[in-house]
Design a protein around this ligand. Structure first.
Ligand code: M6R
Length: 611
């Protein structure tokens, strides 16, 4: 939640910060603000998007070579001008932007009020910046020391950037459970919540760790612990191009990302399948492999779309490797006193690698001694660094808030892991193993075929864009896809939708079916095909509208359904990778036709870094 950008160097800071905020807007977009440490240390902020902020600063003297900005997803205090960041301290010595939650802000606010401090906003950030100022003035310390001491008094999470009006040659950044990256240029430094705003200026970055404090001036960058011990920064080279974070001619990031899926899946298995297609290598699992092979149980933890990928993973790992798998919402797992054993393998799945609930669940699992692995998209993210090993999905930056290519990349990784473990555990025969790898390699081409039918999906979207409800049904591997299809529709088009295992329909949801209810039935030709055919008949008998996702040439369902969306055939094990694509496109077109903000749906943010 929330995007932070800071700049110090020789350029005009305003365009660097504003452009950076636009890159980070997917993280939160209910208000935005900027402050440059020029002579008047002005703060410009407003409710709304970065484009609204641009109107506010138009014609104002926002000039200077050092500044910071923020795009917000509200936690404390409604989205309005006053609660927008940056926040200045009561006596004007400090300005701060902050991502995260200061949990003990109430107690701190009370203490500060007793000391005569007054507050303009309802935010926890204003409490933090006032606490810094209070310590700075009372103990007459440097700004950096005041920040470090203040942070020892707060409970909660922060990605924080602070400027001191008395020390206008440096910025201070600190991190705890909320990401910050420092970009290193030539006599200039950048600070951001993730690397996307930095890539057009530098490829050299340092990812801050929890409890790190960075003091950044034009010529120097110092890294310390919160206790004032010097640290050696580890410089990483970004594997990211500007083109990866642009729309490249597409109307929306979501559409671009849907269309990228044949390439992104290719990138997911690039270098991991032997040229002879007789082996899978997942370097990040090297150390954990012996424990994985012996595992008596795997627990998958994740949220949202990543949780749906986890459900597909359960089926894949149980089918191919015969290891029992449990899939848990990270938010439930972390609070429900789960039974964990030292020999459990916990796999955390996360596109962003920053989801607060998933991170907390990882910490809990580690405390119990379990081996924790990650499947993450964002390289260098908190989850990838917090886990004992893992596999990057390499899907490239996903900017649309609705997750699409991350899902197919996660499922691809889970398929490769299952194949690898199935082979290592001698569960899969050699010929079957090779044949499955070959089929997995065919998936990108088959996705291309589905994408070529985009106009047809758009036409169906036009027919149902005004529906009030949708039902999505699937069996086996298509059940998690039904959940994912429903999530995609509701989050971007605001149409109520539910996903169900098709057989559960008769235990309740069937009561919803009438002539106004579109039911998307995932019906590829697989082991439960006949059962799905019966389910379609049950829906038709109650006058429901059936939109069936079928394999090419399926004339049986064509006869029964109102519409069919045809996709190529694949092995049942990999069917989630294909059946999900028409559902992504259907949701996308419906949302566009309903005039919804597809890339930035209301109330949402890309990375949920608060619980
Ligand atoms: O970054 P993560 O994969 O951990 O995010 C998990 C969910 O917040 C995410 O999948 C969310 O549900 C998406 N908006 C779904 O499209």
């Amino acid at each position: 939640m929330c995007g932070i950008v800071g700049y110090i160097g020789y350029r005009e800071a305003c365009p660097v910060v504003v452009n950076g905020l636009k890159r980070l807007e997917y993280r939160g977009y209910d208000s935005a603000g900027i402050s440059l440490l020029n002579t008047d240390a002005g703060i410009y902020k407003c409710k709304g998007k970065v484009s609204d902020l641009e109107k506010v600063i138009e014609g104002n003297p926002v000039s200077g070579n050092m500044g910071m900005g923020h795009t917000r997803w509200a936690t404390h205090g409604e989205p309005n001008d006053m609660n927008a960041h940056p926040h200045s301290s009561f006596k004007g010595h400090f300005i701060a932007v902050h991502n995260g939650i200061i949990e003990n802000y109430g107690k701190l606010k009370k203490r500060l009020k007793e000391e005569g401090y007054d507050f303009k906003s309802e935010t926890d950030t204003e409490v933090l910046v006032n606490l810094i100022e209070y310590i700075y003035l009372k103990w007459e310390v440097e700004a950096e020391t005041a920040v470090r001491l203040a942070l020892t008094k707060v409970e909660g999470a922060y990605g924080l950037v602070v400027m001191c009006t008395d020390e206008n040659d440096k910025m201070i950044a600190a991190r705890k459970s909320s990401p910050l990256v420092i970009g290193i240029g030539e006599r200039e430094y950048f600070i951001a919540s993730d690397a996307t705003p930095l890539v057009e200026y530098t490829k050299n970055v340092v990812f801050l760790n929890d409890d790190d404090v960075a003091i950044v001036s034009r010529d120097e960058f110092t890294l310390k612990t919160i206790e004032n011990d010097r640290l050696d920064p580890e410089i990483h080279e970004l594997d990211l191009e500007v083109g990866d974070i642009d729309k490249n001619g597409y109307d929306h990031f979501m559409l671009k990302e849907i269309f990228e899926q044949s390439r992104s899946i290719h990138d997911t298995f690039r270098g991991r399948i032997t040229p002879e297609m007789d082996g899978i290598r997942l370097g990040g699992l090297y150390h954990a492999l012996p424990s994985l092979v012996k595992a008596k149980r795997i627990i998958i933890i994740s949220c949202g779309t990543s949780w749906h990928a986890g459900l597909v993973g359960e089926y894949l790992l149980e089918d191919m490797a015969r290891i029992p798998v449990e899939v848990e919402y990270a938010s439930e797992f972390r609070y429900r006193n789960p039974v964990l054993y030292k020999d459990d393998i916990v796999i955390a799945i996360s596109q962003s690698g920053e989801t607060a609930d998933t991170l907390a669940a990882i910490k809990l699992a580690k405390e119990s001694g379990a081996t924790v692995l990650g499947i993450c998209n964002v390289v260098g993210s908190s989850i990838s660094r917090e886990t004992h090993g893992g596999v990057y999905t390499h899907a490239g930056p996903e900017i649309g808030v609705a997750s699409t290519k991350a899902f197919t990349a996660q499922v691809t990784v889970l398929a490769m892991m299952s194949l690898l473990l199935g082979r290592e555990r001698n569960v899969i025969e050699d010929t079957e193993y090779v044949s499955l790898i070959k089929e997995l390699r065919e998936i990108p081409g088959k996705i291309e075929t589905i994408l070529s039918l985009n106009d047809e999906f758009k036409r169906f979207a036009g027919l149902y864009k005004d529906a009030l409800n949708f039902l999505y049904l699937g069996r086996g591997y298509c059940f998690p896809v039904a959940l994912e299809g429903a999530l995609k529709l509701k989050e971007i088009s605001y149409i109520h939708a539910e996903g169900y295992p098709a057989a559960e329909m008769k235990h309740g949801p069937i009561a919803l079916i009438d002539e106004n209810m579109p039911v998307v039935v995932l019906s590829p030709k697989n082991g439960s095909y006949d059962k799905i055919v019966s389910n379609i008949q049950e829906i038709k008998a109650r006058k429901g509208i059936v939109i069936a996702v079928v394999n090419e040439g399926d004339n049986v369902i064509k006869e029964m359904a109102d519409h069919v969306l045809e996709i190529p055939k694949t092995r049942e094990l990999f069917s989630a990778l294909l059946t999900v694509v028409p559902l992504q496109l259907l949701s996308y077109h419906i949302a566009v036709m309903r005039d919804c903000n597809v890339d930035q749906p209301r109330n949402l943010a890309k990375a949920v870094t608060v619980e």
